[in-house]
Design a protein around this ligand. Structure first.
Ligand code: TMP
Length: 203
């Protein structure tokens, strides 16, 4: 990994693992090193992403096969409109969730991971995918503190989602993806330090 090359970084994890907080902190830390950073997220703010956010909140109802297709379509749009242009400009990209989420979440709901992977074969492979790993008790406490619970947050799903993440990580690793699992039960500063320590950064 050379210092000058911009990287495509993804932050992943179960709901309550802290992906949004760590993505933002990672982007800030990179900017503090004078790097240009595009912070972005999936589902996106685009038309497919809006439908997916409604689905996640329970305001719309897609079957999970359809949801997997729409998440994949949203990702194609995201790559074309945001991620690739940013990388072409030489910006670093920090993306809150990406392909691993579809494999883990829709895979847990019975969608074929191989089919999702096959539909994603032209998609950019992140330079590093960080998976924030948090013990179930701490995660449940964080979720309970939120005002509104979402489709995939129920305690009854936790075990199968956790297993699905593990299986999906193995699948992506065997497809050549670099995946770093980070202990996210630590303080935010320590999680960020661990993330940064896995990157060969300038300055
Ligand atoms: P978030 O904005 O809090 O990260 O929530 C997004 C939700 O959408 C989260 O529950 C995970 C879910 N999701 C999927 O089920 N599949 C996907 O491909 C993506 C990107 C997110």
């Amino acid at each position: 990994m050379t210092n000058k090359q911009s990287l495509f970084l993804v932050v992943e994890g179960l709901d309550g693992a802290g992906t949004t907080t760590i993505s933002a902190r990672l982007a800030d830390a990179l900017r503090a090193r004078d790097l240009q950073v595009r912070l972005t997220a999936e589902p996106t703010d685009g038309p497919l992403g809006s439908l997916l956010r409604a689905h996640v909140k329970g305001d719309a109802n897609l079957d999970e096969q359809t949801a997997a297709l729409v998440f994949t379509g949203d990702r194609a749009d995201h790559l074309g409109q945001v991620i690739r242009p940013a990388l072409r400009r030489g910006d670093w990209v920090v993306c809150d969730r990406y392909l691993l989420s579809t494999l883990a979440y829709q895979g847990a709901a019975g969608v074929s991971r191989e089919a999702v992977l096959a539909a994603s074969d032209r998609f950019d492979v992140p330079d590093v995918t960080f998976v924030l790993d948090v013990p179930e008790e701490a995660r449940a406490q964080r979720l309970a503190a939120r005002s509104r619970s979402e489709r995939y947050e129920g305690a009854e799903l936790a075990e199968s989602l956790r297993r699905s993440y593990e299986e999906s990580i193995e699948l992506l690793r065997s497809a050549g993806h670099r995946i770093e699992v980070i202990d996210s039960s630590q303080s935010i500063d320590k999680v960020l330090e661990d993330v940064l320590s896995r990157l060969d950064l300038p300055g």
